[in-house]
Design a protein around this ligand. Structure first.
Ligand SMILES: [Zn+2]
Length: 480
């Protein structure tokens, strides 16, 4: 290469770099909720859309897309049923930043009153862990492709955790879903700040071992805040092509079995990577899942997204029902009730591939497919990846309210195993008049469980068993 060509190459490279670094604008871009009922309509929408604005993908039914102004005009000519969610995505993000400035200029703004930077999230994690060292510890579970730490906070009450059920809560695999790290931070915040005053929270934190990862994709999150607010993937440099891998298509169960909902093309928003587990952001979480599952403690893996407003169970890769679908659905109903308790927002639940669309290589399919552990995608609502800042806190409340009853389901009631607790009551006082009734009924029916004195000569049940029961009752049960 001669010097002029070298100079030209340099200028070109600089130009490309500048183009990549300049903030991306979405003036006049529409966010549109389309409803397609034929393969032809689906093909039209996919061909015209600049981006599919859902986590799960697209198919016959309803999903959100982004259109540039020119493409929106073409879309209108197709006559496909739709609702416009936003007619100017640039105006929406400009409003977010205007609100952000207003909130920050106010007196003592709540931490959840605006979208926080990665540095602010990390500072808040450090402050919480420092304030509650007996309940929380922070660690680095991995390193992003641009060398940012993937931070995890473990929260649990005092005592042995050897047999304690474990929950993994992760968020922000998709960079632009800004509410999601805040939802994890809110769960963390409430677990620690209200532990001393809220008996319900204390019971949950004392009995469940929580592993909370607010940002699985810190590079993408920062990039979406500084440069392109519609950025979804991580920040892998795919040489000579578009950047990024969709982390939630890179998990190693049924990875890339087909191109439905994941893609082998680097420029796709659902690019699954060159191989399963190719992306460093999720390597540490895989190890955590595997370790907790091997210990027999992993009960729930939550992956928080926006804004599908649904609670999705496996499978993603097939519409065949998973063996545990009945349990998933009954737990889905429990979570749904919690989510809706905040302000009545409906959150349908069910198998993701059935109530939404097929995709492969996602988190929940891995944890359930490889380990048989309950795993869900919580799609918070909000109608946008960055809903107005006033929506942050209500959505955070919904996430917490959905989680609490699920945690309580997995708290195994401690039943005193003493003989006098005949009715196996789990609430204090364990010994009460019901135990007399219980014992009398056993005796009357000739049930050998009433043979308190363990006599072997007939009649096995006699007055001595009553004396024995009274003695046992008087002695009480040792605290569980
Ligand atoms: Zn997502």
């Amino acid at each position: 290469m001669n010097s002029r060509a070298a100079l030209a190459a340099l200028v070109l490279a600089a130009g490309v770099a500048l183009a990549q670094d300049a903030p991306v604008r979405y003036d006049g871009h529409h966010a549109v909720r389309v409803t397609v009922s034929t393969a032809r309509q689906l093909q039209t929408v996919r061909a015209l859309a600049d981006d599919i604005l859902t986590c799960e993908g697209s198919g016959l039914g309803t999903f959100d897309v982004r259109f540039s102004p020119e493409r929106f005009r073409a879309f209108l000519e197709a006559g496909i049923p739709h609702a416009v969610l936003s007619d100017d995505l640039q105006r929406d993000i400009d409003q977010i930043w205007a609100d952000d400035a207003r909130v920050r200029a106010g007196d003592d703004p709540s931490w959840f009153a605006t979208y926080r930077s990665l540095a602010e999230i990390n500072a808040r994690i450090d402050a919480l862990v420092a304030a509650f060292p007996a309940l929380a510890t922070v660690s680095t579970i991995g390193t992003s492709i641009q060398s940012r730490p993937i931070r995890m906070v473990r929260v649990t009450g005092p005592g042995s955790t050897a047999n304690r059920p474990a929950f993994i809560i992760q968020s922000n695999q998709h960079a632009r879903e800004w509410v999601t790290p805040h939802a994890s931070m809110f769960i963390l915040d409430r677990f620690l700040e209200t532990y001393a005053t809220d008996a319900r929270i204390r019971n949950i934190v004392d009995n469940i071992d929580f592993y909370i990862i607010p940002s699985v994709n810190p590079d993408g999150y920062e990039y979406s805040r500084t440069t392109n607010n519609q950025w979804r993937k991580n920040r892998r440099d795919n040489p000579g092509s578009c950047d990024g891998v969709d982390l939630n298509r890179n998990w190693g169960f049924q990875w890339g079995i087909d191109n439905t909902g994941s893609s082998g093309s680097t420029c796709s928003e659902t690019y699954r990577g060159p191989a399963a587990w190719s992306e460093p952001e999720i390597a540490g979480i895989k190890s955590l899942v595997d370790t907790l599952a091997a210990q027999g403690r992993l009960k729930v893996h939550w992956d928080i997204h926006t804004n599908g407003q649904m609670f999705l169970s496996p499978w993603g890769y097939t519409t065949n029902p998973p063996p545990d679908l009945p349990l998933m659905d009954s737990l889905g109903a429990i979570v749904q009730a919690g989510l809706q308790s905040v302000r009545g927002t409906p959150y349908p639940y069910g198998q993701g591939s059935v109530i939404l669309y097929l995709n492969n290589g996602n988190t929940r399919d891995y944890t359930y497919g490889v380990h048989g552990k309950m795993a869900w995608t919580l799609e918070l609502g909000g109608n946008a990846f960055q809903p107005p800042v006033s929506e942050i806190l209500p959505l955070c409340h919904e996430a917490l309210a959905g989680l609490l009853p699920l945690a309580e389901y997995y708290i195994v009631p401690v039943v005193p195993s003493c003989f006098a607790n005949c009715d196996a009551s789990t609430a204090s006082p364990f010994l009460n008049v019901n135990d007399f009734t219980c014992f009398t009924n056993l005796f009357a029916s000739g049930d050998t469980r009433a043979n308190c004195d363990a006599s072997t000569t007939p009649p096995v049940l006699n007055v001595n068993d009553f004396t024995c029961f009274l003695n046992q009752f008087s002695a009480g049960c040792s605290a569980p």
